[in-house]
Write a protein that binds this ligand. Structure first.
Ligand code: NAD
Length: 323
């Protein structure tokens, strides 16, 4: 059986597939038009962030499993896959630690102005120290949008390591879970008004697309910061740029963009008071191994008739009578 890897993964996952007896092939380019031509005769695929569209799925004649290396599955046309009875898997629980640590790195970089002070020292502006412009995060309020695996871990670490006060907005969790990290479940407006730091950890969906726009950013304190660790389209990049330039907020951080890589004229690239990273919160050495092995194991499980750990489209497969 043949497994197609759309974008490179850590060799540990490739070796796992090979040792299970599968032939591993690589897409010559992640462009859906090219993958659609190369999908014929493929039994399983491992997908990272490149779009895995209906155009590809329509051309698949042997495909049984799409295994997402990571968590967010918004790049996969799950509906089309489910109609064809193709299982869509992901690897939850393997990147929580890495993304939570990256979030905290950005919270600290913003509060301590790491980017600015490093540049200042290099150009002889040692007196930046007299501005008294950096802050402690101890006792500050952290608002978490999306209290799943990553959001709840950020909450736990920030509550207990940094003594931050935790507010949570998540319509799908109950109060007891939030109380478990000594936090408080609130509505989105309260969270935006009261938080010193807001961090986004919800999945991209029709409900969360554009969740943070001009109206929401205007509710935030001028001294506050907002961080997007989830998906670019959850916030309106133009509105964030406006908030940064007009001082509705103090600063921001993001690991994700509406278009990746962002084009040169992306408005967020113009500001110094935003920390940018290239969608790599989960790409620590440890995490890429966990994701590669998890995604490969999912393919092996399905193709050898075992139950995979995490089926994303279980209810859709049922709906289309494919289970
Ligand atoms: P998860 O499924 O464990 O948690 C998501 C949480 O968001 C759930 O608690 C859910 O109830 C909540 N949610 C759903 N709709 C919401 C809404 N409208 N408003 C507020 N909350 C809502 O997922 P996770 O593992 O914590 O990952 C969260 C997201 O982070 C992923 O979907 C992915 O897009 C993103 N992510 C980014 C990176 C990265 O490299 N930057 C890595 C991993 C995951």
């Amino acid at each position: 059986m043949r497994v197609l890897i759309v974008q490179p993964i850590h060799e540990s996952g490739v070796n796992l597939l090979k040792s299970a007896g599968f032939e591993v092939v690589y897409a010559s380019n992640p462009d859906p038009k090219i993958v659609a031509k190369e999908i014929k005769g493929i039994d399983g695929v491992i997908v990272r962030t490149a779009p895995f569209t209906s155009e590809i799925i329509e051309q698949a004649d042997a495909l049984k499993v799409i295994s997402r290396h990571g968590v967010g599955v918004d790049n996969i046309d799950i509906e089309s896959a489910s109609k064809k009875g193709i299982l869509v898997l992901n690897t939850p629980g393997v990147n929580d630690i890495s993304v939570a640590e990256h979030t905290i790195a950005i919270i600290l970089a913003l509060s301590k102005r790491i980017r600015d002070i490093d540049s200042a020292v290099r150009i002889g502006k040692f007196d930046i120290r007299e501005e008294y412009s950096i802050i402690d995060i101890d006792g500050k309020t952290l608002g978490i949008i999306g209290f799943g695996r990553i959001g709840s871990l950020v909450a736990k670490k920030c509550r207990y390591a940094f003594n931050m006060k935790i507010l949570v907005y998540d319509p799908y969790v109950d109060e007891d879970r939030v109380k478990g990290v000594d936090g408080e479940l609130v509505d989105l407006e309260t969270l935006l008004r009261e938080s010193d730091f807001v961090t986004i950890h919800a999945p991209l969906s029709s409900e969360t697309k554009g969740l943070i726009g001009e109206k929401e950013l205007r509710l935030m304190k001028p001294s506050s910061f907002i961080i997007n660790m989830a998906r670019g389209p959850i916030w309106d990049e133009t509105a964030v740029a406006k908030a940064l330039s007009e001082g509705w907020i103090k600063g921001a951080g993001t690991d994700v963009f509406v278009e990746e890589p962002p084009s040169k004229d992306n408005p967020l690239l113009k500001f110094n008071n935003i920390i940018l990273s290239p969608h790599m919160a989960a790409l620590t050495r440890e995490c890429v191994m966990r994701m590669a092995m998890g995604a490969a194991q999912g393919v092996i499980d399905v193709l050898t008739g075992k139950s995979p750990k995490s089926i994303v489209n279980y209810s859709l497969l049922k709906k289309y009578g494919k289970l």
